[in-house]
Design a protein around this ligand. Structure first.
Ligand code: NI
Length: 159
């Protein structure tokens, strides 16, 4: 396992659409392990493959610090409600902004064994899912910020 370099806003890899994963290869397994290690090392709650320069539809999320989720080829099935709050991104270091997202999401995704599963998330988990899935389509949260992007005083909850 290795910590990978996190790409930052301005790097065009962050604006591209990622490709679906067809099968789990040793390289993909290594990528997933490295993404988890990179996310924890950076104190993030989520990381998408393009943030480490790989254009594949893979996301890792852990909003509690002890519940790692691996989402491969994730798809949104259902959303509802609304939440407005601060968001950050490991690819936009030191910044935060207010973003409104649905408060609930139901998704389907494959896990690291390519088994299909469904997952429901609310509040921070839902926010992290929307944020990371946007990365897979080349979108950064800064496009959604209401008002101005602000300087982050205490880095936390960066996804
Ligand atoms: Ni992000």
């Amino acid at each position: 396992m290795a910590v990978r370099n996190i790409r930052e806003m301005g790097d065009e890899v962050l604006n591209k659409t990622c490709k679906e994963v067809k099968e789990i290869t040793p390289r993909i397994q290594e990528l997933i392990e490295d993404m988890l290690e990179t996310m924890y090392e950076a104190n993030g709650v989520g990381l998408a493959a393009p943030q480490v320069g790989v254009l594949k539809r893979i996301v890792v999320i852990d909003v509690t610090g002890e519940d790692p989720l691996v989402l491969i080829n994730p798809k949104i099935l259902e959303t509802s409600g609304e939440q407005t709050g601060n968001e950050g991104c490991l690819s936009v270091p030191g910044k935060t902004g207010i973003v409104t997202r649905p408060n609930y999401v139901k998704i389907q995704a494959y896990n690291e064994k390519m088994e299909l599963f469904e997952l429901e998330g609310m509040e921070l988990l839902a926010r992290a899912i929307f944020h990371e899935l946007d990365h897979l389509d080349g979108k950064l949260y800064v496009e959604l910020v209401e008002g101005e992007l602000e300087d982050l005083e205490i880095p936390e909850d960066e996804v």
